[in-house]
Design a protein around this ligand. Sequence first.
Ligand code: NAP
Length: 258
Amino acid sequence: MSEPGLDRFSLDGRVALVTGASRGIGEAIAVELAAAGASVAALARSDDDLDATVERIESAGGEAIACPADVTVEEEVRAAFDAAEDALGPVDVLVNDAGTNPFFGDARDLDIDTWEHILSVNLTGAFRCAAAFGRRVGERDGSGAVVNVASVGGVVGLPYQTPYVASKHAMVGMTRTLAVEWAPEIRVNALAPGYVETEFTAGVRENESIYEDLLRDIPQDRFADPEEIAGAAVYLAGDAASYTTGEVHVVDGGYAAH
Ligand SMILES: NC(=O)c1ccc[n+]([C@@H]2O[C@H](COP(=O)([O-])OP(=O)(O)OC[C@H]3O[C@@H](n4cnc5c(N)ncnc54)[C@H](OP(=O)(O)O)[C@@H]3O)[C@@H](O)[C@H]2O)c1
């Protein structure tokens, strides 16, 4: 049994690869993991924004590198893991945050290319990274943790977001299955944010009637700041969650509670 205290939340000596780390929730998670002691490999497509995340972490005294990559491209993901391991050492924690949601409308108006694009980033991209991580942990007989950033749309339906919600429900299914398959060496959990103030939700926040409708369904009566999601990722990544796997951790201001 360990001593009571905050040590179990520490990520000192761990290496975390965070996808979607160039802005929004992924950036907040990267910064918070680094503040908890992890060395962070920050992955996304935009070099400049990734450099800004790395600078934020370094200026707070942390360690980070930028690993520019597209999660839909196998070779780029492999190269990003290689770069992370060369610079920081074996990756102990994977946070699958990269995501997209370019469609908001009646499912009958959705074209299949858009459906496939959303699934390829949100679901297949996350699986590609999880599989790369799982293989590497297995090859070194190690252990680790995966945190899949799903959504409250991974546990309830959200009108007008069919492909997004399908991708996030599938991510939850993937999370539960990998948790069972890879136990006890690798814990796999999902984090399910509600509505968060990022570029992702700029469109709905700018539409007054949609925004007001959404707020009525959020007991906390506001969207979250990305930082309010990041603490849960630190918990799920570290030893404080050593007996937690296959779980969906909802952080939604009460949205799904009623
Ligand atoms: N905002 C919300 O209300 C909310 C709620 C629940 C769940 N989520 C989930 O949280 C995650 C982050 O959302 P956010 O609000 O922070 O969105 P965001 O501000 O749009 O950030 C999305 C991140 O994903 C990266 N990304 C997108 N496509 C990528 C690709 N093909 N390869 C690599 N990186 C890619 C983006 O970087 P580049 O463009 O530089 O590649 C960016 O870093 C998503 O999975 C989203 O579904 C968001």
